[in-house]
Design a protein around this ligand. Structure first.
Ligand SMILES: [Zn+2]
Length: 278
């Protein structure tokens, strides 16, 4: 229906198997990086007195560079944890194993803004529901089970279940101006930047080496004209065409023409400079 699929296996005619692998890899990487940093938020260098993420913290996590700088005053640990739940949900959609080749089932693996929104709404409602049940003590036997079953049927992708405390972090994220699109923008733009299409790729030897590894990993997947069509993917996921983020730019070692290797890329050590590109 769209795209110029040449492999005949693109989901919906546009999401190629190799593109999907790139998105999964990036989503996994960003979720991991953010989760690791979140473990260290009791460090004063990351959360100063202001109670919001320091620029050092922002510099260390590339997914945060896709949150507009105007929101910096709202970037509390709660906001950050909410954002991580959004990243996690997107990753989960990408990793979902469809039970059939039915197009409806295959579409459950595509993290459109709409699908992720529905999913987050569901897990928030589930958290509120379980909190209510806790509050009421043991709810009437039969009813509870029935409801649980219903939600499993509605949700074959087995949502992450979150506690009501986590649900409130998610609410904090959205009420402070957080959006699902920030996370999708981060994943798609960084995947693009690290691919042979990207300027990061052209500047960094280590990304070119990673690409060689990637090509080996996906050797069994068909090639398609859509494999590097990030613009198409962004549009289909519900991002507008053209660039959104990043909004934050940092002078890092990786900007150097001569990339020294992984150790030099430790974001916490870099010189940073928050500059709004606009
Ligand atoms: Zn294709």
């Amino acid at each position: 229906m769209s795209g110029n699929c040449t492999c005949k296996t693109c989901i919906d005619g546009w999401l190629s198997p190799r593109m999907k692998e790139r998105l999964e890899g990036e989503a996994e990487f960003l979720h991991f990086t953010a989760s690791e940093l979140a473990l260290d938020l009791d460090d004063d260098a990351l959360i100063p007195e202001s109670g919001t993420l320091s620029e050092i913290a922002v510099a260390s996590d590339a997914s945060l560079h896709y949150i507009p700088m105007e929101l910096h005053p709202k970037m509390t640990p709660a906001f950050y944890h909410g954002y991580i739940i959004v990243l996690q949900s997107i990753l989960q959609v990408l990793l979902y194993e469809p039970e059939s080749d039915d197009i409806e089932d295959l579409r459950k693996t595509i993290p459109t803004v709409g699908l992720v929104e529905e999913k987050l709404k569901r897990i928030q409602e589930a958290a509120a529901e379980s909190e209510k049940e806790k509050g009421e003590g043991k709810a009437k036997e039969g009813e509870t089970n029935e409801e649980e079953e219903t939600s499993t049927i509605l949700d074959p992708t087995s949502d992450i279940s979150i506690t009501s405390a986590e649900a409130s972090l998610l609410s904090e994220y959205f009420s402070s101006g957080g959006q699902i699109t920030f996370a999708l923008d981060a994943i798609t733009d960084l995947a693009s930047e690290k691919s042979p299409e990207g300027s990061l790729y052209r500047r960094n030897q280590y990304l070119q080496e990673e690409e060689e590894e990637f090509v080996k990993e996906v050797i069994d997947l068909p090639k398609c004209a859509n494999d590097l069509d990030f613009e198409l993917v962004r549009e289909k996921l519900g991002l507008r065409r053209g660039k959104l983020g990043p909004y934050w730019f940092f002078l890092t070692d990786s900007e150097d023409e001569e990339e020294e290797g992984a150790d030099e890329r430790d974001g916490v050590e870099v010189l940073y400079e928050g500059v709004n590109k606009e």
